[in-house]
Design a protein around this ligand. Sequence first.
Ligand code: PRP
Ligand code: URA
Length: 209
Amino acid sequence: MAKVYVFDHPLIQHKLTFIRDKNTGTKEFRELVDEVATLMAFEITRDMPLEEIEVETPVGKANAKILSGKKIGVVPILRAGIGMVDGILKLIPAAKVGHIGLYRDPETLKPVEYYVKLPSDVEERDFILVDPMLATGGSAVEAVNSLKKRGAKSIKFMCLIAAPEGVETLKKAHPDVDIYIAALDEKLNEKGYIVPGLGDAGDRLFGTK
Ligand code: PRP
Ligand code: URA
């Protein structure tokens, strides 16, 4: 069964408060999402495997450690996931980046896929799928379907804010995908927005609407 991790690190929680605040403008919102993505990437990479190597320091030989696991792929769900990519790449600069374009039909709330481009070696990578919001869960489920259909074997899903409905839907559809969130909110409203949430992540990130 999928595990759900809520990152309660004080820096993540502090920055998330200002991300939520409706008075935070686009520039600051974008900067804060980028910073929180970096902090979350630090936490999500905790279980990366290491191997020992010998390195020569100016003073002598040291038994030291380097990362030894599979290569990483970062995949934002467009649009809003884009805001989290650079923050992750600051810590994992060698990661390759794929893109999955989905929008949520405002009437049905069902995801509509319009673009997919992934690294060619999909099967050999550990993927971090990112989107600030996990609301009904439809977009995340569809994005994981899309990754798996193309051969992805190892996927983690990382978002800023989740609704309980979205967590349950994603867990049920993809029990092998662990979920990493900064906050688990109360519920969805009648329009499928997370309450209290942060509003429309794409619009706040890109200044649209
Ligand atoms: C938002 C958000 C997620 C999706 C979450 O994107 O970034 O992708 O909604 O909702 P769900 O869990 O109910 O599927 P949106 O569809 O507004 O597209 P955008 O990022 O292009 O604005
Ligand atoms: N998408 C958003 O951007 N915000 C929500 O609260 C739900 C879906």
